[in-house]
Ligand binder design. Structure first.
Ligand code: EPU
Length: 424
């Protein structure tokens, strides 16, 4: 291992072809762990992706009292008692989602102390809506040295307004509200499918929640939550990444274990580009097939916004695919203020791509050529993989620990589609 750790070496320029299945959603799976902290009964979680971030969150749960067993994609977690309300800083600083331990501990134990979370450097990523929510539920929120402290003797339901429909903010406040006294409504809640799934999991544990999947989520507090056996939804971002790799290489790929209903924005945009997209609910769960092997593909304009708009996490791999279509495409990033660092990496592969503020302009089609590039975060990494697969010759991708955080068995899955990719 050198300075940049493991690397992928990709020999690109071949169309991807075949069928691949995806894992359970990284982000949704991350929300199930703090949810499991809300009960003293055992919880079984299925379809949990084998990625680094889940291992990190599991360590945080162990540090506050959970016993966890992992058996392939099944994870059993049991937290008879909360043994600490101050998870270790070095664990929390490793990932953004770790901050959900605040809402969970506040809901179960009435207090939590936690340093600011880690996570990708893709923008300023404030936490104000989390704190507004906790305060509205009656908690005291204090800044202590280098950490945040929240405490409440009794949480009380409230009508809460979010300035921004923050995904983790909505989850954190839901975790705290399910056992609060009375009714809570989150107005301008995040409608993302992963948040809706988390609410469904809480309902399976005995919570009373309605409106999940919309901008108004209502919770009737309950005294206690029980165990559950719950399966994580498919990862729509992983599905999108493989579909975009198929487009960039002008291939023909079917992704199984997908949920097409979560992919409207991507499917719509691919069809607008002139890519053939087929949907089915056949064997292996729902399938999405893209065929980009013949016919011209044209430039499009994309706005990366909260769900059900086009996902910001698919912006970088979409930009990589757009290097292969005719004309000037535009991607306007409206979620993060620092998402476009991947642009320089794509340029090293020969992409004609520039940024103007939060807008990225891509001119194509371009013959990309192999080079050495860095995975700057999970999705910037996905963009370099998609572009390297389309580029003629050998590319080396450095810092792939970022990809390990979100893509389980990326090498095996791409090889199943005929790609030449090797981890070194
Ligand atoms: N924001 C605020 N105030 C807040 C919180 C957020 O203004 O209190 C703003 C941020 O500045 C940012 C925007 O809201 O511009 C998006 O932040 P959000 O809170 O919705 O994102 P997140 O909950 O921190 C999750 C995912 C991200 C994904 C975003 C948006 C997890 C662990 N992370 O982050 O996933 O990009 O939602 O969909 O679920 C990834 O998977 O690669 C990833 C980064």
């Amino acid at each position: 291992m050198g300075e940049h750790g493991d690397r992928y070496v990709i020999d690109g320029g071949q169309p991807l072809r075949g069928e691949v299945s995806v894992s359970g959603s990284k982000n949704a799976a991350l929300y199930t762990l703090p949810a499991a902290l809300l009960t003293s009964e055992p919880v079984t979680l299925r379809n949990v992706p084998r990625i680094a971030d889940i291992g990190e969150f599991a360590d945080i749960c162990r540090a506050v009292g959970s016993r966890i067993e992992v058996d392939g994609e099944t994870l059993r977690i049991h937290t008879p008692e909360i043994t600490s309300t101050t998870p270790p800083a070095e664990l929390v600083s490793r990932l953004r989602a770790s901050f959900l331990v605040m809402g969970a501990l506040l809901g179960r134990a009435g207090e939590a102390e936690c340093p600011p979370p880690g996570g990708d450097v893709i923008g300023s990523r404030p936490l104000d809506v989390h704190f507004v929510g906790f305060k509205m539920l009656g908690a005291n929120v204090e800044r202590r040295d280098s950490s945040w402290y929240v405490q409440a003797d009794r949480l009380r339901g409230a009508r809460i307004f979010f300035d921004y429909p923050s995904v983790l903010g909505t989850v954190n406040v839901l975790l705290a509200a399910v056992r609060a006294e009375g009714e809570t409504t989150i107005v301008n809640a995040a409608p993302e499918p992963e948040v809706a799934m988390l609410a469904d999991m809480l309902v399976s544990m005995g919570a009373r929640i309605s409106g999940q999947g919309t901008s108004f989520i209502t919770v009737q507090g309950v005294e206690r939550l029980g165990g559950t056996d719950f399966s994580v939804i498919p990862d729509r971002l992983e599905v999108g990444t493989y579909l975009l790799a198929a487009v960039a290489t002008r291939g023909d790929v079917r992704v199984t274990n997908a949920e097409p209903a979560h992919l409207d924005s991507l499917i719509h945009k691919l069809r607008e580009m002139g890519v053939e997209v087929g949907l089915d609910d056949g064997a292996g769960g729902g399938g999405v097939r893209v065929c980009a092997s013949d016919g011209p593909m044209q430039a499009i304009q994309v706005q990366a916004v909260p769900y059900p708009g086009f996902a910001t996490d698919l912006h970088p791999p979409m930009a990589a695919a757009l290097t292969q279509v005719r004309g000037v495409s535009l991607v306007h990033e409206r979620v993060y203020d620092n998402r476009t660092l991947y642009v320089n990496e794509l340029r090293k592969l020969g992409a004609r791509i520039i940024t103007a503020g939060d807008t990225v302009l891509i001119e194509g089609p371009t013959d990309l050529g192999g080079s050495t590039v860095r995975a700057l975060d999970i999705r910037a990494g996905a963009a370099t993989v998609v572009a390297a697969l389309a580029a003629r010759g050998e590319s080396t991708i450095l810092d792939i620990h970022h990809l390990d955080r979100g893509y389980s068995d990326l090498q095996g899955r791409l090889r199943a589609l005929g790609a030449s990719i090797e981890r070194r």
